[in-house]
Design a protein around this ligand. Structure first.
Ligand code: PNW
Length: 492
């Protein structure tokens, strides 16, 4: 059995670069291709023109060891001064949209409206105008990990007030920029922001993450309701939350492995998507966390329940499903983990790994597995009534930033092929794809050791020139021809 499994996985994994039959159907003309970035990772200008500090400014300055190479994003790709180069690069690709984020403390340095910073506002107005002049649609993420330090000092995302702080900020964004924006993304990857990316490290695993996600859901719902009532009638856009994770492939078709796969999907995707689409956390999650909490001697479940008012308030607040996904993990069932220190992982209770022979990257969680994306999209379509989906992030990092980036080129081609398969074989309602990332940038705790860009940046070059990689020319071909085959021989 093990042998058969390895045999299958090995075939699949070696086929990554060579044997995949690339989907030869042209992408519809309405399909949106673009690229993504986030404010802290690219902007630099960390204290320019009145910007307030964010939690990453604070941690990287106080504790450089927090970052693998001891760096920070004080300057990074310097998009605060070079946003026109970014727009030119998007134009060179023929991109239909650019997904970027607004830095909360750049427009509201203390986190609140009373500190509104005109220079910061002007930066985003200029960027949006430049995009529109070049027929590129701005898609805006309102929050992408760069919380104002001032709000962190008040307790940050753990505080029940967070949902109101965020609502005020989102309203300001809709007011200032909403006339030019049709796709709003409230919060990027709450799952990461509340777990591995929890900046108040160490966070209390299995307790604070549940509180954090609940606050994120309420914050998102606040923004959606504000938009729906006060802005949608005149601005006519859509508002969604950006969810992320892997596809979780069962190790075998044994019932315990199939269950482990489904449980992982429910625990990780369902944690957010169930409240948004169905009205409450997944049943399996409520049952397991309650059961383990009780055995641990808690009086109530560590998974703070949603009240019936909250359930009604959150349900139906995702106008489109934003999917960030880069990779797949294999999962296996296991006996109930012993009761001890609580954690989200033991609440889930599965064994997870990535086979050693999958193409790796400098990031320990990122290995290449193109077929996983089709299964993920199919699962979301089935589970949530085939909502409109945009792949808001997908990409590959190498350590060097080489211009001859064949792995990234294959990654884009193969992932897009399986996305196209999900559309025409499974009927998944995917309407767009945004590659992460437009340019090399600061990769959080990995600093500049992992480079995702379609364009290379030498971080010692004062001009921060954007230099297109081979994959970028391929992506341009795909955007312009809507065909994954180089000879453009796709069927219409
Ligand atoms: C996403 N993980 O983060 C973010 O939205 C981007 O800011 C980031 O640069 C990109 O993916 C690449 O990392 C993730 O540990 C961070 O599984 C961590 C994980 C996944 C995504």
């Amino acid at each position: 059995m093990k042998f058969v499994l390895c045999f299958i996985l090995c075939i699949i994994s070696t086929s990554y670069t060579s044997d995949i039959v690339i989907n030869n159907k042209r992408f519809p003309t309405s399909f949106l291709f673009g690229a993504a970035t986030s404010s802290y990772q690219i902007e630099g200008g960390w204290d320019a023109d009145g910007k307030g500090q964010n939690i990453w400014d604070n941690v990287t300055h106080k504790n450089p060891n927090f970052i693998k190479d001891g760096t920070n994003a004080d300057v990074s790709s310097d998009s605060y001064h070079r946003y026109k180069d970014d727009v030119q690069l998007l134009k060179d690709h023929g991109a239909q949209f650019y997904r970027f984020s607004i830095a909360w403390p750049r427009i509201m340095p203390n986190g609140f409206r009373n500190s509104l910073n005109q220079a910061g506002v002007q930066y985003y107005k200029n960027l949006i105008a430049e995009l529109k002049n070049n027929n590129i649609e701005p898609m805006i993420t309102i929050y992408h990990n760069d919380l104002p330090q001032a709000l962190q000092d008040l307790g940050g995302i753990k505080m029940p007030q967070f949902a109101d702080w965020f609502a005020e900020y989102a309203r300001v964004c809709f007011e200032l920029f909403g006339n030019d924006v049709k796709h709003w993304m409230t919060i990027n990857e709450p799952y990461v922001a509340c777990t591995v990316g929890f900046i108040s490290l160490p966070y209390e695993d299995g307790v604070e993450d549940y509180i954090c996600i609940k606050n994120m859901l309420l914050a998102h719902a606040n923004a959606w309701h504000i938009y729906d009532k006060d802005f949608r009638p005149t601005q006519g856009g859509k508002v969604g939350m950006v969810l992320n994770s892997n596809w979780f492939e069962p190790e075998s078709d044994k019932p315990e492995d199939l269950e482990a796969s489904e449980r992982s999907m429910q625990f990780i995707w369902g944690w957010l998507a169930h409240p948004l689409y169905k009205g409450d956390y997944p049943e399996i999650m409520k049952t397991r966390v309650a059961m383990r909490s009780q055995l641990e001697g808690y009086n109530q479940s560590r998974l703070t329940e949603l009240t019936s008012e909250e359930i009604a308030y959150i349900k139906g607040t995702n106008d489109f499903f934003c999917v960030n996904s880069y990779t797949t993990a294999i999962v296996r069932g296991q006996p109930e983990p012993p009761i001890g220190k609580p954690s989200h992982n033991t609440d889930l209770g599965v064994v997870m790994y990535q086979p050693a022979d999958w193409q790796d990257s400098p990031l320990d969680w990122l290995k290449v597995c193109p077929w996983g994306i089709q299964k993920l999209l199919r699962w979301i379509a089935n589970e949530y009534g085939n909502p409109e989906m945009i792949i808001t992030e997908n990409g590959y990092a190498d350590g060097t930033g080489t211009l001859n980036d064949t792995i990234r080129y294959n990654y884009i081609k193969d992932y897009l092929s399986y996305i196209r398969d999900a559309m025409d074989k499974d009927g998944a309602n995917v309407i767009g794809y945004g590659y992460w990332s437009l340019i090399d940038n600061f990769e959080w705790t990995s600093g500049y050791t992992a480079k995702f860009g379609l364009a290379y940046i030498d971080f010692n070059d004062p001009e921060r020139k954007r230099i297109r990689k081979m994959s970028s020319y391929y992506y341009e071909h795909v955007i312009k021809t809507r065909c994954l085959l180089e000879d453009n021989s796709c069927q219409d």
